[in-house]
Ligand binder design. Structure first.
Ligand SMILES: [Zn+2]
Length: 479
C-alpha cells in the first residue's frame, strides 16, 4: 500500500541547493550537469524513516556525485549542451541497490568470471555488494578492475583459537570501490537443513523433508559453539576495536552471542561497534529486544528461497517451532523495524533476483504458494530502505551511499514500472532500464536504450533464464 506521505513532492529546495553548490563546488557556476534525470518519481530514501522520505521529480549529476535533487524546473536549469538528459516519463528511480551478502567465492574462477557476474548485478540495479573473503580471494579481487562496489569482511573461523584469530589479516587501503567492514566470524553454527544450526529446540529425527536430521550428526540441538570459545573470540574482537559480523543460523546461536555481549556491556561500548548478524533464519521476538540494546545490524536472507524452499513445504524453522511461530521467526523484519533496528537485505546468492528478494519481504510467499509469517511483512518503502539506506549503514558508507541526496555518489537505477504502485506480487517483475554508478551509465536495457538514444551498455544475456524470478526449479545453478 502506497503511503500518502511518501508521495508528497519535494518542496522547493532551490536556496538550499544553491547554498550547497556555492560551498562545495565553487567552480559550479561555470559547470553544467553531466547527467540529468527528470520527469520521474525519484524515490530518494533521504530520511531515516522510510515513510518520511521524499519523492522528487529530477536529479542532477556532476562527475561522480549527485549535485542537486528537486523539481524539473530547478534541475533542468543546470543542463548544458553536453548534458545527458533522460526524460523519465514518470518512471521510478531508486538509489543503487546494495546486497549485504553475496558469496563471491562461489564463482568458479573469481578472476575470470567476476566481470560477467558484476554485470548481472548491475542489470538488477545492484551497484554495491558485500561479501566475506579469506586472504586468497581477497588478493584476487584486489587486482581486478571492479565494475561494482565491493565491501568485504575478512573471513576468520570461530573454530580457530582466539589468540590467532586476527593474525592473518592486514588492513588494505580502502577505496571508493573496495573497502573493509571488519571481520566475518564464520562457523558459529551451520545450516538448519543439515541440523547444524544451533537451535533452542531439538531436531526431530523423523522430519520427512529433512532426511539429514535423522543422524543428528551435531547433537540434538545442532552444532553449538562452546560459549567459552565464543566469549574469547568476542573479547579479542572488542579489544582490537574492530567490527565483526557473525554467521549465525539458529536461535540458540544468537542467544549465546547476546549473552556474551551482555557480559561485556560494562567493559566495552558494544553499541558503537555495531556488530552484524547474518541470515535471520530463526530469531525470536525476545531476542530482538535484546539485540536492539546493542543496535545489532541484522543482514537477513529473504524468508523463502535461499535454501531452495519454494513455499510449498514447511521450512526447518516451522517444523521446529510450529507453523505460526516458526514462520514469524524467519527474517522477522517487521519486529526488527518496530523495535528501532535497521535491518538490511542480503540474497546470499549469485542468482536470486534482487527484486524477488524485495517482494519476499513485502509478500512473504512465492507466486501461488502459501504465505510464510504474514505478521512479518514490511512495506515496500521499508524494503527499499533495507536494500539501500540501511544497507549502506551496515557497510559503514552511509555518508556516501544508500540514498539520492546532494553530495552522495551518483548510484541510481531507473525502473520499468512504478515501484510504489505495481501489484505487491508483481514486485519481482520489475526490470531495470538504466543503472548509473558513480555518475557513469553502466547498464542500459537494449530496447530502452534504442528508444531513448542511449548507448548500449552492460549485461546482454537473459536474466530470466538464470535468475530466480518467482519460480524455483532444481535445474537452476543455485548457490
Ligand atoms: Zn552462514
Amino acid at each position: 500500500m502506497a503511503n500518502k506521505s511518501s508521495l508528497k513532492k519535494m518542496v522547493s529546495l532551490t536556496p538550499l541547493i544553491v547554498l550547497f553548490l556555492i560551498s562545495a563546488f565553487p567552480a559550479f557556476a561555470q559547470q553544467y550537469a553531466d547527467i540529468i534525470l527528470y520527469g520521474g518519481n525519484i524515490l530518494t530514501a533521504n530520511q531515516p524513516k522510510p515513510d518520511d522520505s521524499s519523492v522528487a521529480e529530477a536529479v542532477a549529476v556532476l562527475g561522480n556525485r549527485i549535485v542537486a535533487v528537486g523539481t524539473n524546473q530547478e534541475i533542468l536549469r543546470m543542463a548544458g549542451p553536453q548534458t545527458l538528459k533522460i526524460d523519465l516519463e514518470y518512471r521510478t528511480v531508486i538509489p543503487g541497490r546494495i546486497d549485504t551478502q553475496v558469496p563471491l567465492t562461489n564463482l568458479k574462477s573469481l578472476a575470470e568470471n567476476f566481470r560477467n557476474q558484476a554485470e548481472e548485478f548491475l542489470a538488477q540495479g545492484v551497484t554495491t555488494v558485500s561479501t566475506h573473503l579469506s586472504k586468497v580471494p581477497l588478493g584476487v579481487i584486489q587486482k581486478l578492475d571492479l565494475p561494482v562496489r565491493v565491501a568485504y569482511a575478512a573471513e576468520v573461523s570461530l573454530q580457530d583459537p582466539a589468540e590467532t584469530l586476527l593474525q592473518n589479516y592486514e588492513a588494505l587501503p580502502s577505496s571508493t570501490v573496495l573497502w573493509n567492514i571488519g571481520f566475518y566470524l564464520a562457523s558459529a553454527d551451520g545450516l538448519e537443513n543439515s541440523a547444524a544450526a544451533c537451535m533452542s529446540k531439538a531436531y526431530p529425527r523423523e522430519a520427512r523433508d529433512f532426511p539429514m536430521w535423522r543422524a543428528q550428526a551435531f547433537g540434538t540441538n545442532g552444532n553449538c559453539l562452546p560459549t567459552a570459545k565464543l566469549r574469547s573470540a568476542v573479547d579479542t574482537i572488542l579489544k582490537s576495536g574492530n567490527r565483526a559480523t557473525f554467521d549465525i543460523h539458529g536461535d540458540k546461536g544468537l542467544d549465546d552471542l547476546l549473552e556474551v555481549l551482555e557480559s561485556f556491556s560494562g567493559q566495552y561500548d558494544i553499541k558503537r561497534t555495531r556488530f552484524g548478524v547474518e541470515h535471520c533464519a530463526a530469531i525470536r521476538k525476545d531476542q530482538i529486544a535484546r539485540a536492539q540494546k546493542f543496535d545489532i545490524a541484522f543482514s537477513c536472507d529473504p524468508p523463502l528461497g535461499v535454501h531452495l524452499e519454494d513455499g510449498t513445504k514447511s521450512t526447518a524453522t516451522e517444523i521446529l517451532f510450529g507453523r505460526q511461530e516458526g514462520g514469524d521467526m524467519r527474517a522477522p523484519l517487521r519486529s526488527m523495524i518496530d523495535a528501532g533496528l535497521r535491518p538490511s537485505l542480503q540474497t546470499d546468492s549469485l542468482n536470486y533476483y534482487s527484486f524477488l528478494a524485495t517482494q519476499q519481504l513485502v509478500v512473504r510467499s512465492f507466486p501461488n504458494t502459501r504465505i510464510l509469517g504474514p505478521q512479518q511483512r514490511i512495506s515496500r518503502q521499508e524494503a527499499l530502505h533495507a536494500s539501500t539506506r540501511w544497507a549502506a549503514e551496515h557497510l559503514g558508507r552511509e555518508k556516501e551511499l544508500g540514498s539520492i541526496e546532494v553530495g552522495k555518489y551518483a548510484d541510481m537505477a531507473i525502473l520499468d514500472r512504478n515501484y510504489l504502485q505495481v501489484r505487491q506480487d508483481g514486485l519481482n517483475e520489475i526490470n531495470v532500464l538504466v543503472t548509473i554508478l558513480g555518475g557513469k551509465v553502466v547498464y542500459t536495457e537494449p530496447d530502452y536504450a534504442n528508444r531513448k538514444g542511449l548507448p548500449q551498455v552492460g549485461y546482454r544475456g537473459n536474466l530470466g533464464s538464470i535468475l530466480i524470478r518467482g519460480r524455483l526449479t532444481d535445474k537452476l545453478p543455485y548457490q
